[in-house]
Design a protein around this ligand. Structure first.
Ligand SMILES: NC(=O)C1=CN([C@@H]2O[C@H](COP(=O)(O)OP(=O)(O)OC[C@H]3O[C@@H](n4cnc5c(N)ncnc54)[C@H](OP(=O)(O)O)[C@@H]3O)[C@@H](O)[C@H]2O)C=CC1
Ligand SMILES: CC(=O)N[C@@H](CCC(=O)OP(=O)(O)O)C(=O)O
Length: 311
C-alpha cells in the first residue's frame, strides 16, 4: 500500500516543489487540500491521518501545525526554522556526520536544514571535526541566493517589474535567523559572521567561506583542506567535492549550475602552495537547500531508497 503524505503549505514555493517531486511516484499517495488548505479542521484531519507530513509554512504556522498533531504514528518533517536547533528534533542533513542518516531514518521529528546552512555546514563541519578549523575560530560566510529563497513574497517583489535591484546585500544587523543553526551544527563556539545577498535571478545559490590558511594552527594547505572534504563525503550520493584540477581550471562559478537537482558541489579554490583558500558550495536553494532535501529525508524515514524521485 502506498504511504500517505500531507504537505502543509502545498501551494507555497517549497511545498509546490516537493509536490512536483512526489506526485509522479506510485509508492506515495498525496493528501491534497486545494482550496481548503487554510481550513484548520481540514488541516488537522490531514495532519493526523497521513503516514508522514511535510510542513512548508512560516515558523509560527509550523509550530501551530505541530501542536495540532495528536497521533504518535505521524512522522513529521518541518521545512521552517522553528525546530532546527531544538534538541528534541533530528537535523535532516544525512551527509552531515556518520550515523546521521540512520538517526533520520528512525526519527519521528526531523527539521529540514536551511538553504544557506546546508552549504555552510557542508563546507565547515568536516574541517572542525578534523581539527583543521578550531571550534573557537571566528568564521565568516558570504552567500548569494536567487530570490525564490524569500518565498512567495520575494518572488512577487522581483517579478513585479517594479524596480527590484539586480543585487541586494541584507542581514545587515548580523542577526540572520540561520546563524544559530550554522553555529550549532558545525560545532563552532562563536556565532558565525553571515553576510547574505539576493540576486535578480530565481533560483540557485553560492555559499562561500574565505579562509586564511596561514593563520590556522597547523597552517593547512589547500590539498589538506580538500582532502578532509573528500574523505567526509566519500560515500555521499548527493554531495560531491570537485577535484582540485577541475577547480583550478575554473574562472567563474554559476549559482544556477545545479538547479532542479538535489545535489551540492563543494569547491576549494586557491593556490596549492598559497596561504589562502575560498571554500564555495553550489546548490539549488529549492533543491538540496529545501525541497529536494525534504524528499530525501522522507525517503529515509519511510525506509525507501534515499534517492527515489530525486535527480
Ligand atoms: N524558499 C526557499 O528557498 C526555502 C524556504 N524554506 C522554508 O520553508 C517554509 C516555506 O517557505 P516558502 O515555501 O518559501 O514560503 P511561501 O511564502 O512561498 O509559502 C508559504 C506557504 O505557507 C502557507 N501558509 C502561510 N501561513 C499559513 C497559515 N497560518 N496556515 C496555513 N498555511 C499557511 C501559504 O499558504 P497560501 O498558499 O494559502 O498563501 C503558502 O502556501 C518557510 O519556513 C521557509 O523559511 C526553507 C528552505 C528554503
Ligand atoms: C533570499 C532569502 O531571503 N532567503 C531567505 C532564506 C531562505 C531559507 O533557506 O529559508 P529557511 O530559513 O527556511 O531555511 C532568508 O534569508 O531569509
Amino acid at each position: 500500500m502506498p504511504h500517505s503524505i500531507f504537505i502543509d503549505g502545498e501551494a507555497g514555493t517549497t511545498g509546490l516543489e516537493i509536490r512536483e517531486r512526489l506526485e509522479r511516484r506510485s509508492d506515495l499517495e498525496l493528501i491534497l487540500l486545494g482550496d481548503r488548505r487554510r481550513d484548520v479542521e481540514a488541516r488537522r484531519e490531514a495532519l493526523n491521518s497521513a503516514d508522514a507530513v511535510v510542513l512548508c509554512l512560516p515558523d509560527d504556522a509550523a509550530r501551530e501545525a505541530v501542536a495540532m498533531i495528536d497521533s504518535p504514528a505521524v512522522r513529521v518533517i518541518d521545512a521552517s526554522t522553528a525546530f532546527r536547533v531544538d534538541p528534541a528534533w533530528t537535523y535532516g542533513f544525512p551527509e552531515m556526520a556518520p550515523g546521521q542518516r540512520e538517526r533520520i531514518a528512525t526519527a519521528t521529528r526531523v527539521s529540514n536544514p536551511g538553504c544557506y546552512p546546508t552549504g555552510f555546514i557542508g563546507l565547515v563541519r568536516p574541517l572542525v571535526s578534523a581539527g583543521i578549523i578550531p571550534a573557537g575560530w571566528p568564521v565568516t560566510v558570504d552567500a548569494v541566493s536567487g530570490y525564490s529563497g524569500g518565498g512567495k513574497t520575494m518572488i512577487a517583489e522581483f517579478e513585479s517589474g517594479e524596480g527590484a535591484p539586480p543585487y541586494r546585500a541584507y542581514g545587515l544587523s548580523l542577526k540572520h535567523k540561520h546563524v544559530p543553526e550554522m553555529t550549532r551544527h558545525t560545532g563552532l563556539e562563536r556565532p558565525v559572521l553571515f553576510a547574505p545577498a539576493v540576486g535578480a535571478y530565481r533560483q540557485g545559490m553560492l555559499v562561500e567561506v574565505p579562509l586564511h590558511l596561514a593563520a590556522l594552527p597547523a597552517s593547512p594547505s589547500v590539498e589538506v583542506v580538500h582532502g578532509a572534504l573528500v574523505e567526509a563525503y566519500a560515500d555521499a550520493r548527493f554531495v560531491e567535492v570537485a577535484a582540485l584540477e577541475e577547480t583550478e581550471a575554473m574562472s567563474g562559478i554559476d549559482p544556477e549550475g545545479l538547479n532542479s537537482t538535489n545535489r551540492m558541489r563543494l569547491h576549494v579554490f586557491g593556490d596549492r602552495d598559497g596561504e589562502q583558500a575560498r571554500l564555495v558550495a553550489l546548490l539549488d536553494n529549492l533543491g538540496k537547500g529545501a525541497s529536494g532535501a525534504a524528499v530525501q529525508n522522507l525517503n529515509l524515514m519511510l525506509g525507501l531508497d534515499e534517492g527515489a524521485g530525486l535527480a
